[in-house]
Design a protein around this ligand. Structure first.
Ligand SMILES: O=P(O)(O)OC[C@H]1O[C@](O)(COP(=O)(O)O)[C@@H](O)[C@@H]1O
Ligand SMILES: [Mg+2]
Ligand SMILES: [Mg+2]
Length: 349
């Protein structure tokens, strides 16, 4: 822990040598100010009239919009009008919004992640990805968002939890800044997050079990079987249904998150959006020694085809993410869980 402020970090040598560093720095600063405003609204909870209410309207993905989804979107859009951002691509708007074609950056954002949890007082957040503008932002505003995640200049999320924290990477490790009311700023609490490899927690919405493909079922079956199965150890399960909260836990404690494709209508590519959810999370996780895939392929290498594209997402401790990929591609993984490994199997005696 270095204890430096966010501002000091954004001005430090490890950051200023990056491309567009001044513009990226100003953008992160503006997002941090806006997050403080959103934080104020989230702390009011049900005291905030209309706050948890559903608007009855749907966003681009068919999710019911909550009042706070839309209010948060407005706060972030307003905040970045003051900084060098040309394009704003948000979960809450159909297309990319052109702000100023002369500016160098494109901001992809999930203004409020986990919003189905608002009224239950569970941690929610804001996920963002900062990309360089490509092509002509006037004639093709979406193009800048259709770059693989490897091109991200910075990525992060704010989490409105017991602590207000910013998890941030500019490509030199993953850092966590916690907002200190004493100092009136975000202060670095972890300067180099490293996801532990030996955790025994997995996070998945098991209510979808019957809709999953075989490899995911087998992986979860093996976790359920615990010390009596091929893994020969017991596992613990967590599912917060708030990507930022599940990700924060994995960054600190290790484990794995899965939102796979499933057979429900509209879930053929899972639920998580590639451009403003999976890509920034994958960037943070890789920079913290973890891995992130679409079950098999590296998320950051995937070529997006649309702003709101969904993608299956698996991320966390590297060895676990690799293991899940093997359940998809390696027939030996299936034989490994044969009855030979069961209670009375050869390998248990
Ligand atoms: O309700 P489900 O299907 O378990 O999905 C939960 C997932 O959906 C999300 O809430 C999607 O994000 P939004 O709230 O921004 O739509 C993730 O945060 C979370 O991991
Ligand atoms: Mg989300
Ligand atoms: Mg959202």
């Amino acid at each position: 822990m270095s204890g430096q402020s966010l501002l000091a970090f954004l001005r430090s040598g490890s950051f200023t040598q990056k491309p567009h560093s001044e513009a990226v720095s100003a953008t992160i600063g503006a997002l941090a100010k806006a997050a403080l405003e959103v934080r104020k609204l989230t702390t009011q909870g049900a005291l905030n009239a209309g706050f948890a209410a559903s608007r009855g309207s749907e966003n681009t993905d068919g999710d019911i919009q909550k009042d706070l989804d839309v209010v948060a979107d407005g706060i972030f859009l307003q905040a970045i009008r003051e900084v060098p951002v040309a394009l704003y691509g948000s979960e809450e708007n159909t297309g990319a919004i052109l702000i100023d074609p002369a500016k160098p950056l494109a901001l992809a954002i999930d203004p409020l992640d986990g919003s189905s949890n608002i009224e239950t007082n569970v941690s929610i957040g804001t996920i963002f990805s900062i990309l360089p503008v490509t092509g002509d932002p006037k004639s093709d505003p979406e193009r800048s968002f259709l770059q693989p995640g490897t091109t991200q200049l910075a990525a992060g999320f704010f989490i409105y939890g017991p602590q207000l924290a910013l998890v941030l990477s500019v490509g030199t490790g993953t850092r966590i800044f916690i907002h200190s009311s004493k100092f009136g700023d975000f202060i670095e609490a972890y300067d180099s997050v490293a996801i532990p490899n030996n955790a025994s927690e997995f996070a998945i919405n098991v209510s979808n079990y019957r809709h999953w493909e075989e490899p995911i079922r087998l992986y979860v079956d093996d976790c359920f079987a615990g010390s009596e199965g091929p893994r020969e150890k017991d596992f613990n399960m967590r599912w917060i249904a708030s990507l930022v909260a599940d990700c924060y836990r994995i960054l600190i404690r290790g484990g794995v998150f899965l939102y796979p494709a499933d057979k429900r209508k509209g879930y053929g590519s899972g639920r998580i959006r590639l451009v403003y959810e999976a890509n920034p999370i994958a960037f943070l996780v890789e920079q913290a020694d973890g891995a992130a895939t679409d079950s098999v392929n590296r998320i950051l290498d995937i070529q997006p085809t649309s702003l709101h594209q969904r993608i299956p997402l698996v991320f966390g401790s590297k060895s676990k993410v690799e293991r899940i990929a093997r359940y998809h591609v390696d027939p030996e993984m299936i034989s490994e869980r044969s009855p030979l490994f069961g209670n009375r199997g050869l390998f248990r005696v």
